[in-house]
Design a protein around this ligand. Structure first.
Ligand code: NDP
Length: 259
């Protein structure tokens, strides 16, 4: 990359959803370190405010905005509050339950669709005008390998993540010719503090079994590193899709566990 090609991060703003924990918080830290002004959002006000304070104390530019992305009016008010937006990282989301299709709770399916898909739709629609007006925008969609293949007990989450993948792919087709690129990052097994605990509604033993015997699952920092790399490529380079898994995971259903 030549200095001329490299998108400058000076005065550029990155919005990260779901930045109160895990991959979102790690991505906010890395994008701030890369020079972006970061706006960290999630529902938990105390957490996003603490993260913004931490980043500011470290000499970075960061602000917090508590936000539920399923609330369209709140999302629109958030968009109206921003001076600019150059990068949007659609990270908020997650899984609820791991039940078979035969017995899965339709309410879990609805909530997963609402958060992962409709939430991403809301904020992408609300920020697309600013991303375009800035002249060099990037939309990142944190889908999952669950957006590219299924596994038993995963159908509700897999369906939502497939929809998120379709959102990213279709948006890329529709806005080609505008100065906005669409990057999808699809991680496999990532060991974050809350993802599996949320999925199993606070059952930490069940959550621990997800990672049992896996020597080195991905970390939030590994995924944040991938997102930051993709976002800092020259503006004309669009990383359509990046699938990133731990070495111990060959597919959604082939995970090596040490005995
Ligand atoms: P976490 O559970 O740690 O993070 C989820 C984040 O989403 C939290 O910050 C949560 O914050 C936020 N969130 C949830 N619902 C809403 C909402 N309605 N409005 C705004 N924010 C919301 O999980 P991870 O960091 O592990 O996952 C981040 C993303 O990566 C998710 O989309 C997940 O599906 C995806 N992913 C995760 C993998 C993994 O193995 N961990 C693998 C592949 C993809 P708050 O509760 O404060 O609102």
């Amino acid at each position: 990359m030549t200095a001329q090609d490299a998108p400058t991060t000076a005065a550029r703003t990155a919005v990260i959803t779901g930045a109160s924990s895990g991959i979102g918080a790690a991505t906010a830290r890395q994008l701030a370190a890369a020079g972006f002004q970061v706006v960290v959002t999630a529902r938990r006000k105390d957490r996003v405010e603490a993260l913004a304070a931490e980043l500011t104390a470290a000499g970075h530019r960061a602000t917090a905005y508590p936000l539920d992305i399923t609330d369209r009016a709140a999302v629109d008010a958030f968009a109206a509050s921003l001076d600019r937006c150059d990068v949007l990282v659609n990270n908020a989301g997650g899984a609820l339950g791991a039940d078979p299709v035969a017995t899965g709770d339709p309410e879990d399916w609805r909530r997963m669709y609402e958060t992962n898909v409709i939430g991403t739709l809301h904020i992408t629609q609300a920020l697309l005008p600013a991303l375009t007006a800035g002249g060099d925008g990037t939309v990142v969609v944190l889908s999952s390998t669950a957006g590219h293949g299924t596994y038993e007990g995963g159908a509700g989450y897999v369906a939502a993540k497939h929809a998120e993948h379709v959102l990213a792919e279709t948006l890329r087709l529709e806005i080609v010719g505008t100065p906005v690129r669409v990057i999808e990052v699809a991680p496999g097994l990532v060991k974050t503090e809350e993802f599996a605990t949320t999925r199993f509604r606070g059952d930490t033993e069940k959550a621990a079994r997800v990672y049992a015997g896996v020597a080195e699952p991905l970390t939030a920092d590994d995924v944040a590193d991938t997102v930051t790399w993709a976002v800092t490529r020259p503006s004309h380079v669009n990383i359509d899709l990046l699938v990133v898994r731990p070495r111990a995971q060959a597919s959604n259903t082939k995970l090596h566990r040490e005995q």
